[in-house]
Design a protein around this ligand. Structure first.
Ligand code: FE2
Ligand code: FE2
Length: 338
């Protein structure tokens, strides 16, 4: 009997038609996907001469918003070396991004499989998956053009990722928090680079602009999905979730931001530099905190902040004020870079 109770609850959680505010929001997002979308092979002219990847192109030097890019060790390297490191790092971030997206696409399919007929969530999940498919092609094309054989995610995550999408059906709430843990840092970093205004390689600039434009919808959906469900969880489940969310944010954010072991070996970068950059220096700590302002706001508004959770957020070094609204610019960080 208990089992049918669980299944009934799980199924009724997927019934969203009685919530008109939520279904209207989903329809708006889906219509947005139809109106404004990109195709990596139409909207990027890969073979245009200005998109060519040529040796010694200083536009690959890491920007000041990159924690390694602003480190004195990096800035003291010869220009060719800075370019080489910059190309490797930017290619690897693209590769990690596409690794995350491949996990997300599989999870979206798993979730959509169980949605009832007529659910607007089905349509939106499929729009999002189609966009992510385009992103993965765009990122892989960029990696191929840069021409460095980067590994992407750290090895442990590469081997453990097959189980993650399996969560999306039975445990969609932790799954969606995991997706936010991947999307928020990438989106935050890309927006900061674009705001900084440094001259970037056109491939990098175009890919990031397309990604930021589409990612806004994906992040909106994850937030609204969670806002609808989390407040109705039992106290016990909410408590467990409140412990789990900050840990997940920190672990996945590090997987994206910190280059894998291969990188440090390849360029023979001193351990002390690595420690300082990720994340011992005051600037990199601030950057880490800034990335999660929106997630802190979400947790605040859905009852996932309690005295113990606050301690976990602090231990994970991602505590701080919640944003007042989504994508609120983190002025402190932007001005520190300027
Ligand atoms: Fe994406
Ligand atoms: Fe996305």
């Amino acid at each position: 009997m208990a089992r049918t109770g669980i299944i009934k609850r799980w199924r009724s959680n997927m019934d969203v038609l009685d919530d008109t505010v939520y279904t209207d929001m989903l329809n708006t997002l889906s219509e947005g996907s139809v109106r404004r979308h990109f195709n990596p092979y139409i909207d990027i002219d890969w073979d245009a001469p200005e998109f060519a990847v040529t040796p010694n192109d200083e536009r690959w030097i890491l920007p000041g918003t990159d924690p390694l890019g602003r480190h004195p060790w990096y800035q003291a390297q010869a220009v060719e070396r800075q370019i080489e490191i910059g190309m490797w790092r930017q290619a690897n971030v693209a590769k990690v991004g596409l690794h995350f997206e491949l996990v997300l696409i599989r999870g979206l399919m798993d979730y959509a499989f169980w949605t009832p007929n007529g659910s607007p969530e089905y349509r939106y999940c499929l729009h999002e998956a189609a966009e992510e498919c385009n992103h993965t092609m765009m990122f892989q094309e960029m990696v191929n053009r840069i021409g460095v054989d980067v590994p992407g995610m750290p090895r442990l995550l590469r081997w453990s990722q097959p189980v993650v999408p399996l969560m999306a059906g039975p445990l969609p709430i932790p799954f969606w928090f995991g997706i936010l843990a991947g999307e928020e840092p990438i989106d935050h970093t890309q927006k900061n680079v674009l705001r900084e205004g440094k001259q970037l390689h056109p491939i990098m600039e175009r890919v990031m602009a397309i990604h930021v434009a589409e990612e806004a919808r994906h992040i909106s959906f994850a937030h609204e999905y969670l806002r609808k469900r989390v407040p109705h969880l039992s106290r016990g489940k909410r408590f467990l979730l409140s412990m789990f969310v900050p840990v997940m944010m920190r672990v996945l954010c590090s997987a994206i931001m910190v280059p894998p072991r291969e990188f440090w070996k390849e360029f023979d970068i001193p351990r002390s530099v690595r420690k300082e950059v990720f994340f011992n220096s005051p600037e990199s700590r601030q950057m880490l905190r800034d990335m999660f302002g929106d997630v802190r706001m979400l947790c605040h508004d859905t009852g996932l902040i309690n005295p113990l959770a606050k301690i976990v957020w602090r231990i994970c070094k991602i505590d701080g004020k919640p944003s007042r609204y989504r994508s609120e610019p983190q002025r402190q960080h932007v001005s520190a870079v300027a």
